[in-house]
Design a binder for this molecule. Structure first.
Ligand code: ZN
Length: 132
C-alpha cells in the first residue's frame, strides 16, 4: 500500500510509515468504525419489550428483527462497524422478553380455562365484577 501522507510505498502490515512517521490507515485504532446499524433502536425496543407486559411482545419481536438485521449487516461488512455488544444484548433481551410474553400469555389462557389456579384471585375479581 501507499502512505496517505507522503505517498511512499510501504509494507501492507505497517502501522506507521517508516518514511514520514504518520500512522497508516490500516492500523485498527486508526479506522473510524461506524456504530452498528439498528443498535440503539433494537436495544430500546427489547428493553421496553421486557418491561411492558403483553404489548411488549410486539416490541420484543421488533427488537429481535432489528438486532438480527443489524447483525447481518455487520456480518456482511465486519470491518466497517464497531462493537456489536449492543446488538447481542438487544438480541438476548428480546428473546427473553418474547419467551416471557409467551409464557405470560399461556398462563393467562390456562388460568382463563381454569387449568391453572395461581391463587391470584384475578379471575374471581373479574367474575365478581361481571356478577354485580
Ligand atoms: Zn509516509
Amino acid at each position: 500500500m501507499f502512505c496517505n501522507s507522503c505517498g511512499a510505498e510501504i509494507n501492507d502490515q505497517a502501522i506507521v510509515c517508516p518514511k514520514c512517521g504518520v500512522a497508516t490507515v490500516k492500523h485498527p485504532s486508526n479506522v473510524v468504525k461506524e456504530p452498528v446499524p439498528h443498535g440503539v433502536s433494537a436495544l430500546v425496543c427489547s428493553i421496553f419489550g421486557l418491561v411492558v407486559p403483553c404489548a411488549g411482545m410486539v416490541l420484543s419481536i421488533i427488537g429481535l428483527c432489528l438486532s438480527i438485521s443489524g447483525r447481518n449487516s455487520v456480518k456482511s461488512n465486519p470491518e466497517k462497524y464497531g462493537s456489536t455488544t449492543m446488538l447481542t444484548v438487544a438480541l438476548s433481551l428480546s428473546i427473553i422478553g418474547l419467551v416471557g410474553s409467551i409464557v405470560y400469555l399461556l398462563l393467562l389462557i390456562l388460568m382463563w380455562v381454569g387449568l391453572v389456579d395461581l391463587g391470584l384471585g384475578l379471575f374471581d375479581f373479574y367474575e365478581n365484577l361481571l356478577n354485580l
